[in-house]
Ligand binder design. Sequence first.
Ligand code: TMP
Length: 212
Amino acid sequence: MSKNKGRFITVEGGEGAGKSTNLELIKELLEAAGHPVLFTREPGGTPLGEEIRTLLLGHRDDGMAAETELLLMFGARAEHLNRKIIPALNAGTWVLCDRFTDATYAYQGGGRGIAPERIQILEQWVQHDLRPDLTLLLDLPVEVGLERAGRRSAPDRFESEASQFFQNVRARYLDIAKKESTRVKVVDASMPLPQVQSQIKTVVGAFLSSCR
Ligand code: TMP
């Protein structure tokens, strides 16, 4: 990516991994280094994308086909990329996104069982060659994450899945991290918060140095 363009950073993780608190820290670290930051999320990030999010996360008596779920994720993503992420990056703004396409490989691929080759076709079609420059994967054992998440509000359609679904999601995330170890950095999110944050500072610090 050329020097005057912004960088695209994504944060991924299972339920209860502490994404919100840690996204806040990452945003502060980037801003402290002098970069303007657009903070956004998927599914969502635009008015239409947020409407699609409501459809995706809401409970439905008649359920939703896995393919429909996949296409809605990429529908929201196309809107997000074209109307928000790409214009921001072109203007030199750094984009910090709460989840992106790795979540599709993990949830729709690992969780729902859709073949990665099919997801790849949509990724290429919607994103062309745009991929995150850095991804932080907040990883922790499923049971620990579900315990933490359970203390919060009523579960959405994904949070209501069985433990095996999340085991498959986690395995797929770790698989991606192994295959793409330059882009995806694994943070052990099972540790107490100060230790998690110190790992994040190290990863973000190294990335910032590599951008100079
Ligand atoms: P969040 O609650 O962490 O913001 O994410 C919303 C849910 O959407 C979460 O359970 C993961 C799921 N999701 C997918 O299944 N596929 C995707 O591509 C994305 C971005 C999120």
